[in-house]
Structures are given as C-alpha cells and as structure tokens.
Design a protein around this ligand. Structure first.
Ligand SMILES: Nc1ncnc2c1ncn2[C@@H]1O[C@H](COP(=O)(O)OP(=O)(O)OP(=O)(O)O)[C@@H](O)[C@H]1O
Ligand SMILES: [Mg+2]
Length: 252
C-alpha cells in the first residue's frame, strides 16, 4: 500500500484550475519531488494535502484512509507535517519554543490540569522539551536553542522550521522550497539534512526550484504544469523527457 494516494484531485479558484485531475501515489520512505514552473500548483497541492484548502473534487488517502475532509490539526496528528514557502516562525520566541509548538500536537494535558500544574503536566512539559531538543539536535541547531528567533539568520530559520515539523514525529513531511534563498554552502547542508530525514524513515514530498538539488537527492520526480501532471519518473527519466524539456527544464 502506498503511504499517500491522490485520486482525481481538483482545486478551482474562480475560473482557474490550480490543480486539475491529478493522480499519483507516494511509496514509503522515499524523497518524492514535485517540480514545475511558478504557478504550476505545487503549494496549492500542499495546501490540499493538509486541508488548508478543501479540494473542489477528488480524494486523498493516507495509509489507505480517506483524509480528504479531515481537519488540518488531525492531519498533523496522524503524521503529515509541513514547512512553508514563506517562513512561518514565531520571531518573538526562542528556537526551542518554536520547536515545542510542533510537539504540542502530542501533548495530552487538558486546560484545567495545565492551569493547576499537576505533576502529570510537569512531566508532560519535560517530555515535550526533550522531543524538541532531539529535533533541534537532528537539525544541528542545539547551540541556538535558547536564542530568540529574530536574532537568527535566514538559513538557520529554514532549518528551524524543519525541526518544528520533525518534532511532531511525522510519517510524511511536506517541504515547500527548503533551499530557496540559501547560499551554496547552506544548500549543501540542506541536501544532507533532507537525505538524513529520509534515511530516518520519514517519507518526504519535496517542492523545490533548485534542479541540481532535486535531481541529486530525489528517488522520484513528478512534474506539474498548469495543475496537471506532465510527467513522472526517476530523475533521469524526467530530465530526458522531451515534453518536460520543452515546457520547463529547457534545452541543454
Ligand atoms: N488562494 C488563492 N486564490 C486564488 N488563486 C490562487 C490561490 N492560491 C493559489 N492560486 C493560484 O493558483 C495557481 C497555483 O499557485 P501555487 O501557489 O500553487 O503555485 P506554485 O507552483 O506553488 O508556484 P511557485 O513556484 O511560484 O511557488 C496560481 O495561478 C495562483 O495564482
Ligand atoms: Mg509555491
């Protein structure tokens, strides 16, 4: 059974079909990249997968279960988390606090027991802190744990968002342009981080414009064009597909 299956998915914004009759499935534990020109529908696809947008039609199955109408917080709880094309970091919090926000998905404490600080709540806080520290460590961010986010450079904040998404212990991680705005060294580090996340057993759907990164680390590449599937296959197959070359990659 594939981890994720998308069937006849459509999203219409007024007269525009941002996603049109899309079908694909994602096997477990691979880096599955989605590429395509600006406006092809990549971010819209992520918004559909996380139910930020409700599809106009079609369905989404995760581990065989229909999640098309599931609220976003439940989707995160069952194991799909994401990062954003435009950084969504709380600048007035520390790096650690930002990541702890991701863990609270798994926090079981109710409001009243939290207010009176029962021992169980204190234990829970320690657990959340530990999970957040583990995610920071995985992303190489332990030494900035107590720094306020607004004092951290952009390249670190991109990793911080990933740490937050990982802290929720996802099975599927959606990454929307993790290398955008990074310099060459940071891009290489990001390549390594994405590969390590996959090696840890987490499936990744990667949206990225940096083609050398995509072709180097992906197991499978799907090309979107005007909301439709133009081609999919191995990086090699996609790079040598004539339609993809004319629509997107360009000659040479
Ligand atoms: N909320 C919205 N309302 C109306 N149109 C939208 C909305 N969100 C996206 N669109 C349109 O849907 C199309 C797909 O946009 P989307 O952001 O998914 O593209 P993308 O592939 O992520 O592009 P980029 O590579 O530039 O990030 C675009 O034409 C966009 O203008
Ligand atoms: Mg986008």
């Amino acid at each position: 059974m594939p981890l994720l299956e998308v069937r006849e998915l459509e999203k219409q914004f007024g007269g525009l079909k941002a996603i049109a009759g899309l079908n694909f499935s994602v096997p477990e534990k691979i880096i599955f990249s989605v590429i395509g020109p600006n406006g092809a529908g990549k971010t819209t696809l992520f918004n559909l997968l996380t139910n930020v947008y409700r599809p106009s039609s079609g369905s989404i199955l995760f581990q065989g279960k229909d999640i098309t109408a599931m609220p976003s917080f439940r989707i995160a709880e069952i194991g799909i988390t994401r990062t954003f094309q435009n950084l969504q970091v709380f600048l007035n919090m520390t790096a650690l606090e930002n990541v702890m926000v991701g863990c609270h998905l798994h926090s079981r404490a109710g409001l009243i027991s939290a207010a009176v600080r029962l021992p169980s709540v204190i234990r829970e806080e320690k657990r959340v802190r530990r999970m957040a520290m583990e995610a920071l460590e995985f992303c190489g961010l332990l030494d900035v744990a107590d720094m306020p986010a607004d004092a951290l450079p952009y390249g670190i904040l991109k990793k911080l968002e990933i740490a937050r998404a990982l802290a929720a212990r996802p099975r599927l991680l959606l990454m929307d342009e993790p290398a955008a705005g990074l310099n060459d060294t940071e891009t290489m580090e990001m390549c390594g981080l994405i590969t390590r996340i996959c090696q840890s057993g987490i499936t990744i759907i990667l949206v990225e414009h940096n083609m050398s990164l995509v072709m180097e680390i992906s197991h499978h590449v799907l090309v979107l064009n005007y909301g439709e599937l133009l081609a999919q296959g191995s990086p090699y197959e996609v790079q040598h597909n004539q339609e993809v070359i004319s629509a997107y990659l360009g000659e040479g």
